[in-house]
Design a protein around this ligand. Structure first.
Ligand code: N01
Length: 538
């Protein structure tokens, strides 16, 4: 009979992206806990480890897409472009992991398959797919919001004679599109980034669009020395701005309504924002996400831009037939997306009008019987967002209750941090927290710091168990709903914010739309009131 070794620790962290790396650092190096980080991939980076598709780049500006907890780290790292590309972010996260000697406590290639709470011992037992077992008092999931790939169930995929890839599971050696007929399904942030780069080398690119999308030019460019110096000299100011804004970006939302200005002034403001590029467009007026008529002005402007750029009127009309208000789905930013449809080797197919019927050995067939011959299919079809990565792990709380059952009608959390019945389990940027509505590193640092402070406080008081109360959780879930309904965000009925992109998933608005600054204040207040809404015991 063989015995299986079980490693016992103070805390287990799952996931080696931005959040897991920082959480490992604080628990180990600030609190002195024994910590193991379990990571499915063979390197650090999380989303930036997996998403290596052509054109992958962040839409947060590089000086804000970074850790701000260490001034030394801020001073020693320099970004090269306005928006960081996937490879540069991966280099940065490896630098962080090496600098803080994190890799020695990371188990790579360890995908967590099950986690269960042992009430008698007040410990979590975590198993990996390879059968390794770990036990720890605290379990912290740092698995990201967009890490569970959505590959749509299209009949015939298994018969396809060519190659196919999901953008979130991109081969590390890259894909050679030269001389290939490529079909790309999906026109979210990913597809909009990938299309121009694929089109540049493919023989032909066919973009299958189900929902037309707004997009704003990123205006990416190398950073000049003056900006680099400014960013390095102004870290405190930048942090202050990011912490003060609802979405954690390093720019303020203009305190004016779209109705406060004349149509000519508004046009000039939008033109300037379009020229500047990036997510700042959304900050041109304070009411773009709360007032339909205000939003209409931005939506109209952006649709008219498509008409100006795209030369073929039929293609332009399909691209501009957008069915939701601007920014109610995550607004993509691009480099030459609409311009790509002026290329001779690019075709747009409207699969809302003629849905995809099936995949054949030779390509993709739409319901009208048209076969699009393809050598490669790229699925830019998004993710089972927010809940997907957590539910995949088969998490079982007190009494063996599964998280899947607890969340059968949608995620139920207190502050996005905990779920009743799952003591000592913390989720970083989980549903019910600002997460994907915020510049992620800002949301991540706040969560990690809060969790670290909470555990530090428990240890100082000799407490070993923390669980969100059902009453506080109920109130928070209601507040999350109210916050979403106070905005236009739920109006994009098919968005992944609502889980609507996954068949059978409950339609619940998952992120907290009340703003990061307000959320930060709420969490601080909860802690100051002796962790109000959490039951903490010895
Ligand atoms: O995924 P998505 P994504 N048949 O879900 C379509 C972040 N991100 O990977 O809208 C046909 O947004 C689907 O159509 P519809 C960012 O937060 C950031 O692009 O469901 N089409 C949609 O067009 C982003 O929001 C960055 O009708 C199908 C597309 O696939 C999030 O990741 C870059 C289909 C999926 O769009 C996810 O973005 C990239 C089907 N069966 C991503 N199934 C930056 O920082 C799905 N679609 C810049």
């Amino acid at each position: 009979m063989s015995t299986v070794a079980v490693e016992t620790l103070d805390a287990i962290v799952v996931g080696a992206g931005f959040s897991g790396l920082y959480q490992l650092h604080t628990l180990r190096d600030q609190l002195g806990l024994s910590v193991k980080l379990l990571e499915a991939g063979n390197g650090v980076g999380g989303t930036w480890y997996w998403n290596r598709y052509p054109g992958a780049r962040c839409d947060s500006e590089s000086h804000s897409y970074a850790y701000y907890f260490s001034e030394e780290l801020l001073q020693e790292w320099t970004w090269s472009e306005r928006y960081p590309g996937q490879a540069e972010i991966l280099r940065y996260l490896n630098h962080v992991a090496d600098r803080f000697e994190l890799k020695r406590d990371i188990r790579f290639g360890a995908r967590v398959s099950q986690a269960s709470y042992d009430a008698a011992a007040n410990r979590w037992q975590v198993r990996t797919e390879a059968g390794e077992t770990y036990r720890a008092r605290f379990l912290i999931t740092a698995v990201g919001c967009l890490s569970s790939a959505n590959i749509p169930d299209i009949p015939g995929l298994e018969s396809f004679a060519g190659a196919w890839y999901h953008t979130g599971q991109w081969p590390h050696q890259g894909v050679d599109f030269a001389g290939k007929r490529v079909g790309m399904i999906g026109t979210g942030s990913t597809g909009i980034q990938a299309a121009p780069v694929i089109a540049a080398s493919a023989q032909h690119l066919t973009v299958f669009q189900r929902t037309a999308n707004y997009s704003i030019p990123a205006r990416n460019a190398p950073l000049d020395e003056e900006f680099k110096l400014w960013a390095r000299d102004n870290t405190s100011r930048i942090r202050e701005v990011m912490h003060g804004t609802p979405n954690g970006h390093p720019f303020v939302i203009e305190d004016r309504s779209a109705h406060d200005v004349t149509p000519e002034q508004r046009q000039a403001i939008y033109e300037a924002a379009w020229e500047k590029g990036g997510l700042q467009f959304r900050a041109a007026f304070r009411d773009l996400l709360t007032d339909q008529a205000a939003n209409d002005t931005a939506s109209e402007f952006l649709r008219s831009k498509i008409g100006e750029i795209v030369k073929d009127p039929g293609t332009a009309a399909k691209l501009a037939a957008i069915d939701h208000p601007f920014a109610t789905k995550r607004p993509p930013i691009d480099t030459n997306y609409f311009e790509t449809f002026n290329r001779d080797n690019v075709t747009l197919v409207d699969v809302r009008a003629t849905p995809i019927e099936r995949i054949t050995p030779d390509g993709l067939m739409t319901r009208d019987g048209t076969l699009y011959p393809l050598d490669i299919i790229v699925f830019a079809t998004g993710f089972d967002a927010m809940t997907g990565p957590l539910l995949k792990m088969d998490i079982r709380g007190d009494g063996g209750v599964s998280l899947r059952d607890a969340w059968h009608a949608g995620p139920i959390t207190y502050l996005g941090l905990q779920t009743p019945g799952f003591p000592n389990l913390f989720t970083i940027t989980g549903p019910g927290s600002p997460s994907v509505l915020c510049n992620m590193p800002v949301a991540i640092e706040q969560h990690v710091d809060w969790i670290t402070d909470c555990i530090r406080d428990m240890r100082a008081r000799g407490l070993t168990r923390i669980e969100a109360t059902p009453e506080a959780t109920q109130r928070w879930v209601e507040h999350v709903n109210e916050a979403a309904n106070a905005t236009l965000l739920p109006k994009a009925g098919h968005s992944w914010y609502l889980g609507a992109n996954i068949p059978g998933k409950p339609r619940v608005f998952m992120p907290y739309a009340g703003g990061m600054a307000r959320y930060r204040a709420t969490c601080a207040d909860v802690a100051a009131r002796n962790y109000e809404g959490f039951a903490r015991t010895a």
